[in-house]
Design a protein around this ligand. Structure first.
Ligand code: FAD
Length: 458
């Protein structure tokens, strides 16, 4: 009887799972293993929203495996130690794993390779699991990564992605593979009340429903804040409950402008991964320094608190920040506006904002979060690094009748139409009755400070 272990990490699904597929082909029995590693806890990644969503994903994976005659083996401890222990107990000759991109994932892979080889167990690392196309698969002449999205997208689009793999019919797990109680879906009190349900099953249902109703119109509707018509698949992609390659395949099979616009967004995900894979320091340092002397936690403490709590006095900013707290998720347009406001209008270090997002976002990951923050701050790959988004104009354009703002800022629920974006223009007596804060800064003042700061550097 041959045995293989599949170590699940950011790929918590059964459909389109190359490591599982390979293990099932190679061995009679397979151990589907997930390890709660204290190093993840120490690094601060397991914040309440993501921990709750992860528990959903694990419970769902376990249930899907049980439908196929198997089960998920969950253990806690240093990952290499646990994998070795399971492999030894079951007599496994090989371990399969999806290639990771972050520094953390790369260190894990190195350690596994070293320790498993000492035991004579082979480690097989599979590409194109966490991204649609593995980082480094396409590169421009003379560089190890693309620094311009449109060039990457053009090249990426010409690549042929592998065909998606079906979920297995049967998984036989050796009795010697022991672990903890199956994960529970109970939601602790510190989780955002509007957090979505996690897991591959929920993610697949979400994609199927959304593709039926909103995919065709996505090119036109993705910036409509009130319409809320984006896929909301980012947390499922973050945990790998959905396969990016399969989503690209399914969208392209449907065809049309909406599908290609959606595929283009998925390509942004791969773009950031291929960048961070070769520039891991960009998760902490400016990818392109503009010589900024950012304001930090001490200098800008009051402004930062107002921003975090959604009390800046700018309704578009406050709506986004409150959506983040309530759902553990924020619409992309609101992420752009809130991040621009913090980094450019308030001139606060992008790392302060990135940390706050990572604390709350259910889809929060170092790759997409840090690289998007850098993009907005103008230290990343944006070709117009000094642009500043005006929250009033953004509100008028992407939430013209103010529905999004009223949804998230109840103090403004009685202000009709687009007037909600400029409460300071209301008559004094009405304004006083609203109990909504005055703007923390004038937009002109913020713009002047930012331009001066950047101008000094040029
Ligand atoms: P859709 O519009 O339906 O897009 C489909 C998928 O494409 C998304 O699920 C996502 O996986 C991918 N995608 C879309 N836009 C981007 C983008 N700009 N960069 C990378 N991938 C993208 N996304 C994260 O997944 N995790 C983060 O931590 C994260 N932090 C962000 C921080 C800031 C300041 C900004 C401006 C954006 C951030 N994004 C992040 C990107 C984007 O906002 C979210 O992916 C998107 O809002 C998720 O909603 P959706 O699934 O409905 O997206």
């Amino acid at each position: 009887m041959t045995v293989a272990v599949v170590l699940f990490t950011s790929d918590l699904r059964l459909h389109d799972h190359p490591p599982l597929h390979a293990a099932l082909r190679a061995a009679d029995e397979v151990v589907p293993l997930f390890v709660h590693d204290p190093a993840v806890h120490a690094a601060g990644f397991d914040v309440p929203n993501r921990a709750a969503f992860l528990a959903d994903c694990l419970a769902d994976l376990d249930a899907s495996l049980r439908e196929r005659g198997g089960r998920l083996v969950v253990r806690s401890g240093p990952v290499a130690r646990e994998v070795r222990a399971v492999a030894a107990a079951c007599g496994a000759a090989e371990v399969h794993l999806a290639a990771g991109i972050t520094g953390f994932a790369q260190r894990r892979e190195e350690r596994l390779r070293k320790e498993l080889s000492a035991d004579g167990v082979a480690l097989h690392v599979h590409d194109d699991v966490i991204t649609a196309l593995a980082p480094g698969r396409v590169t421009p002449n003379g560089s190890d990564h693309f620094a311009v999205f449109t060039a990457y997208y053009r090249r990426w689009s010409r690549e042929r992605l592998r065909e998606p793999l079906p979920a297995p019919d049967t998984v036989r797990v050796p009795a010697a593979a022991t672990g903890e109680e199956p994960p529970s879906r109970a939601r602790p009190a510190d989780v955002s009340p509007g957090l979505a349900a996690g897991g591959e099953t929920a993610g697949r249902e979400r994609f199927a429903d959304w593709a039926r109703t909103d995919l065709a119109g996505y090119a036109d509707s993705h910036d409509d804040l009130a319409g809320d018509a984006t896929s909301r698949l980012s947390p499922y992609l973050h945990f790998g409950a959905l396969s990016p390659a399969e989503l690209v395949h399914r969208a392209r099979t449907r065809g049309g402008a909406g599908s290609e616009a959606f595929v283009r967004q998925l390509c942004w995900r791969d773009f950031h991964h291929q960048l961070l894979a070769v520039r891991p320091e960009a998760s902490r340092q400016d990818y392109r320094s503009r010589g900024d002397q950012w304001r930090g936690e001490d200098e800008a403490a009051e402004d930062i608190t107002a921003w975090r709590e959604g009390r800046t006095g700018y309704p578009m900013v406050d709506a986004g920040m409150r959506q983040l707290r309530h759902e553990g998720w924020m619409h992309n347009r609101a992420r752009l506006v809130t991040a621009s406001f913090l980094t450019k209008t308030l001139y606060v270090d992008w790392r302060v904002g990135a940390r706050h997002f990572l604390r709350h976002l259910v889809d929060g990951d170092v790759v997409n979060n840090q690289m998007n923050w850098q993009w907005v701050a103008g230290t990343g790959t944006d070709s117009r690094p000094h642009r500043v988004l005006n929250p009033v104009l953004q509100g008028r354009r992407y939430d013209p009748d103010g529905t999004y703002v009223r949804r998230w800022v109840p103090e403004l629920a009685d202000v009709e139409g687009g007037a909600v974006h400029e409460p300071w223009r209301l008559p004094d007596d009405r304004r006083a009755a609203l109990r909504y804060p005055e703007p923390v800064i004038g937009l002109g003042e913020g713009l002047a400070r930012f331009r001066e700061a950047r101008g000094r550097q040029r």
